[in-house]
Design a protein around this ligand. Structure first.
Ligand code: GLU
Length: 264
């Protein structure tokens, strides 16, 4: 076997979920600076890890260019996603390309996970991309599906993808340092570092959503539940923190780990 291919296969695979709030830094505009920072982190880590990104942000980019009537209607949001997705990919390709990384686009919907032939096609395509050093950038196919626009901002899509691909780790970027044991007490918030049973922390989850995303912590926990049942660990990491990927991997920031259920 070709040595480079063999090395790619040995790397740990991480699914990195980037929501609209992380990519816009909670603003109305996609932050190229944030994407540059993420690209530099991946570039630094690329000898140890392969990354598969699940990214939202298509609707947010479109809103920077166009103003369609009825922005709250689901079909208008689908149209905005269609307008924004090529721009989102252009930004990723330019920014990642500047640090020597190659990326590709994969559009997937929930329904695709229900059919064995689609599941196999997703796995095989992503395998070829990763083995050849490409970073797949996955988004929901918003023209045919609306699940993640309505609720989730791609969180569950990331969980399902991690499970299907049997990845080593799911990192979900959020706007907190994970789950706080006392989330309503701003001054004394403390991250719950390790979570075994998701039901035990449900009462600690704030139900508020960011202005930009449609998920909030609830859909992140659903994603973690899907990964957990598939034997995959999920990390809920603060995507607003600079270098959040490296800091979480080397343990210099606080975040919540949801441990997998090990099937006996
Ligand atoms: N697929 C959508 C996007 O990329 C998800 C956004 C959302 O749920 O707000 O914009």
């Amino acid at each position: 076997m070709n040595v480079e291919l063999e090395m790619e296969e040995k790397k740990k695979r991480i699914i990195l979920k980037l929501g609209t709030a992380t990519l816009t830094k909670n603003s109305d505009f996609i932050s190229r600076g944030k994407i540059e920072e993420i690209a530099r982190e991946i570039q630094n880590l690329k000898n140890q890890y392969s990354f598969i990104i699940v990214s939202s942000g298509a609707i947010a980019v479109a809103k920077q260019f166009v103003n369609l009537a009825g922005k709250q209607s689901i079909h208008v949001k689908q149209a905005l996603a269609s307008i924004g997705q090529p721009h989102l990919m252009r930004i990723f390709m330019e920014v990642f390309g500047d640090v020597g990384l190659f990326c590709s686009q994969c559009l997937i919907s929930y329904r695709d996970f229900e059919h064995e032939d689609s599941r196999e096609n997703i796995k095989q395509t992503i395998d070829v991309l990763v083995e050849n050093g490409y970073i797949p950038i996955i988004n929901e196919n918003d023209t045919v599906a609306t699940e993640e626009i309505k609720f989730g901002d791609n969180d569950k899509l990331a969980g399902k993808t991690a499970a299907l691909l049997q990845c080593d780790l799911l990192i979900v970027a959020t706007n907190t340092n994970g789950i706080y044991s006392n989330f309503s007490d701003e001054a004394n918030k403390e991250t719950i570092a390790v979570i075994n049973n998701i039901d035990d922390v449900k009462n600690f989850i704030g139900l508020e959503k960011s202005e930009q995303g449609s998920g909030g912590m609830l859909s992140k926990m659903e994603a973690a539940g899907i990964a957990q049942n598939a034997g995959i660990e999920t990390w809920l990491v603060n995507g607003h923190e600079e270098n959040f990927i490296i800091k979480s991997l080397n343990g210099t920031t606080s975040f919540s780990k949801i441990l997998p259920i090990i099937q006996s």
